[in-house]
Design a protein around this ligand. Structure first.
Ligand code: SAH
Ligand code: SF4
Ligand code: F3S
Length: 437
């Protein structure tokens, strides 16, 4: 049935939230409700929120205030994601105009309400991950992109002492190999060639196959790489503890696996790693990096760092800098430690903010320097770029190399969607300029 209703969706946070937003988009489209980028005139406004660092809740309330003030009458407001999960009650109390509060494992309830054409004022924060994927498996996927995210694993059982994820996304759950393969096939039918397999702890994957056998991530990647039409595979985010040898070796064996690995270490100090409950040492991390580089010498490595975790001394910080200098990353993310309500580290004494800011700057300068150094090696070399859209400047197109670098070049829009060889000409801070060869 045609409808002139519209939805608007804004996404914060990690790739898993991007995936969930795409799924909510699919749910709306399956009810003939079309997307708009004008929230004021949308019938449904969705904020898909992230709770990982400071001010997340305040930001949500300030966005909600704006929506409430400027949005059209009868607009339905939906708060989804990790702030919804963590602060559902507070949202209903402080922003009573919000209609639906849905946690990350309850987004499928949107489908049920739209089926009934009735969005009640309620909050759903069950961890119903089985029902989530049972519902989503039956909703048609819609994409015009060449690269897609596929969530293969949800939740986390690691309980790092700084992190809200185990509380907002619940415990670990792996989808079956068949469910994932079916989703990959339906995305291939729409032209997708590159797949990023997602999980907050993706290498803890242990989904069942049709024989009822448990498959780890290495075996899942092997199965997916055999599907006709799959050209590139990558996965995110991995925990060092779950970097099994077969997954490491796969980087040298499976040509569809991109030579890129995001392996967050958070700190280079054994003392801080212990305080964080990361469950491994720096030497263990070095061992993994060494093994991966042995099987795939040109692999691009990236990480996340938390700077200023409670108890981090000058010596601990030096250990982090030393680790970065030894590993040499292609790019990495560094964050100021932010105490999160309900996590074990929340009540620990915080370190001085001036010292923390100085350490953050030193870390970011070093990581930027390493990124430029890494990219400089590519000048005059050829990389394989999946062209995914128009670039910033006229006549420009852009895409991603197999090493996960952003590359821009002059070219016709007709080659969007193809993987083409590009010779690198110039290195900018966070991207590369190249030429079609
Ligand atoms: N599952 C991933 C990371 C999930 S969160 C892993 O295990 O590495 C993404 C990143 O946010 C983390 O790697 C961490 O660097 C950062 N982060 C998480 N909680 C944080 C906090 N309380 N303060 C600052 N940064 C945080
Ligand atoms: Fe958070 Fe990642 Fe630690 Fe899980 S493994 S608690 S998601 S940082
Ligand atoms: Fe944020 Fe939730 Fe992802 S807290 S990082 S949106 S899992």
């Amino acid at each position: 049935m045609p409808s002139n209703k519209k939805f608007y969706i804004r996404t914060f946070g990690c790739q898993m939230n991007v995936y969930d937003s795409d799924k909510m988009k699919d749910i709306f489209l399956s009810h003939n409700i079309n997307q708009t980028d004008d929230f004021q005139n949308a019938d449904y406004v969705v904020l898909n929120t992230c709770h990982i660092r400071e001010k997340a809740t305040e930001k949500t309330f300030s966005d909600l205030g704006k929506i409430h003030k400027k949005g059209k009458e009868d607009q339905k407001v939906i708060v989804a994601g990790c702030v919804a999960q963590a602060e559902g009650e507070l949202i209903q109390k402080r922003a009573p105009y919000v209609d639906l509060v849905i946690g990350p494992q309850s987004i499928q309830s949107l489908n049920k309400f739209l089926d009934k054409n009735n969005l009640p004022k309620t909050s759903i924060t069950e961890f119903d991950v089985i029902e989530k994927f049972d519902t989503l498996n039956h909703i048609k996927t819609n994409t015009s992109n060449k690269s897609a995210f596929v969530t293969i694993q949800e939740g986390c059982d690691k309980f790092c002492h700084f992190c809200v994820v185990p509380y907002t996304r619940g415990s670990e759950y792996s989808r079956t190999v068949k469910e994932i393969s079916d989703e990959v096939k339906s995305l291939i039918d729409q032209g997708v060639v590159e797949f990023t397999l997602l999980g907050q702890n993706v290498n803890a994957y242990h989904g069942l196959d049709t024989q009822g056998q448990s498959n780890n991530l290495a075996s899942l990647i092997n199965s997916i790489s055999l599907i006709d039409g799959v050209e590139r595979i990558t996965y995110s985010t991995s925990h060092p503890v779950n970097m099994t040898d077969d997954l490491i070796f796969l980087h040298g064996e499976n040509s569809k696996l991109m030579p890129y690995l995001h392996l967050p270490v958070q700190s280079g100090s054994d003392k801080v790693l212990k305080l964080m409950n990361r469950k491994h040492t720096r030497d263990y991390y070095f061992e993994i990096i060494e093994k991966v580089r042995k099987v795939k010498p040109d692999i691009a490595l990236s990480s996340d760092f938390i700077i200023g975790f409670p108890g981090e001394t000058d010596k601990d910080f030096e250990d982090t800098i030393d680790l970065i200098e030894r590993v040499k990353y292609m790019n990495s993310y560094s964050f100021k430690y932010s105490p999160r309500p309900g996590t074990p580290a929340a009540d620990r004494e915080e370190i001085d903010q001036v010292i923390l800011n100085e350490r953050l700057k030193i870390t970011q300068d070093l990581l930027n320097e390493q990124q430029i150094e890494y990219n400089n090696q590519f000048v005059k070399k050829t990389v394989q770029v999946l062209i995914d859209g128009a670039g910033k400047h006229s006549g420009q197109i852009k895409g991603k190399s197999q090493f996960n670098q952003s590359v821009a070049l002059q070219g016709e829009k007709e080659i969007i969607g193809q993987i083409i060889p590009v010779q690198i000409k110039e290195v900018l801070t966070h991207s590369l300029l190249g030429e079609k060869i």
